[in-house]
Design a protein around this ligand. Structure first.
Ligand code: DC
Length: 227
């Protein structure tokens, strides 16, 4: 292994497959850092939105991306906490409008290149799990371990409803399912770095697995590499 702090583990897949929960838990077990790269696209979307920029305008989105300064700080729970232009955006990034704008803003290749470089900087020394859409294909094509998680849209919508209900937030299953399908379609059909498994990724369908089973399956793949 040639990296200073350990392996780079890429976990890609659609929203709602458990990438974040699984990635964070695995990182904790390994003593690795964990970066949810959708956060960078959500931060871009937040600034696009706040500055009343049209998310379809690639030049305008690029100039917003270039003005973003990211600082990452590893937390005790493995997560890399992110400050953007000195601000911790926290729950503001979880809004559905932000997710939809992120999906639109992330269709532009030039803006993607800016954020991809930030992810590479954060991960280059290894000892990190990065979760996203194009980690194994574009950001770290040389990642030592690549996992691609899938799950049926209905299962993912159901998980999201339960998550929101647990937070005391009212949730409409039909609306959530439609939003998931809309994002899947846009993320997987865009020209720039579409969501797709790397040829050498291990694919895991989590539809009928609980979180512990997925964690175990990912750890098994990492151990195979380490063996
Ligand atoms: O994983 P998430 O829901 O936080 O991601 C928000 C959006 O960001 C998603 O719709 C697509 C985009 N994204 C991306 O294009 N590439 C990544 N590596 C991560 C996220």
């Amino acid at each position: 292994m040639s990296r200073l702090k350990g392996l780079v583990v890429a976990i890609d897949g659609t929203a709602g497959t458990g990438k974040s929960s699984v990635g964070r838990a695995v990182a904790q077990q390994l003593g690795y850092g964990f970066l949810s790269t959708g956060g960078l696209y959500r931060a871009l979307a937040y600034h696009v939105f706040a500055q009343h920029v049209d998310a379809a305008d690639s030049q305008a989105v690029l100039s917003v991306a270039k003005r973003l300064d990211f600082v990452f700080e590893r937390q005790p729970d493995a997560t890399l906490k992110m400050w953007v232009n000195g601000e911790y955006l926290g729950n503001k990034l979880n809004l559905d409008e932000v997710a939809q704008t992120a999906s639109k803003a992330s269709t532009h290749a030039a803006a993607r290149a800016v954020l991809t470089e930030k992810m590479r900087q954060a991960g280059k020394d290894g000892g990190i799990i990065l979760e996203g859409r194009d980690i194994g294909t574009v950001v770290f094509p040389d990642a030592e371990v690549k996992i691609y998680l899938t799950a049926a849209p209905e299962v993912r919508a159901d998980r999201r409803v339960k998550q929101l209900q647990a937070q005391g937030v009212a949730a409409d299953y039909g609306q959530i399912l439609a939003s998931i399908k809309e994002r899947d379609l846009r993320d997987s059909t865009r020209a720039a770095s579409p969501l797709k498994p790397a040829p050498d990724a291990v694919q895991i369908d989590t539809s009928h697995m609980n979180m512990q089973q997925v964690i175990d399956a990912v750890i098994k793949e990492i151990n195979k590499y380490a063996a």
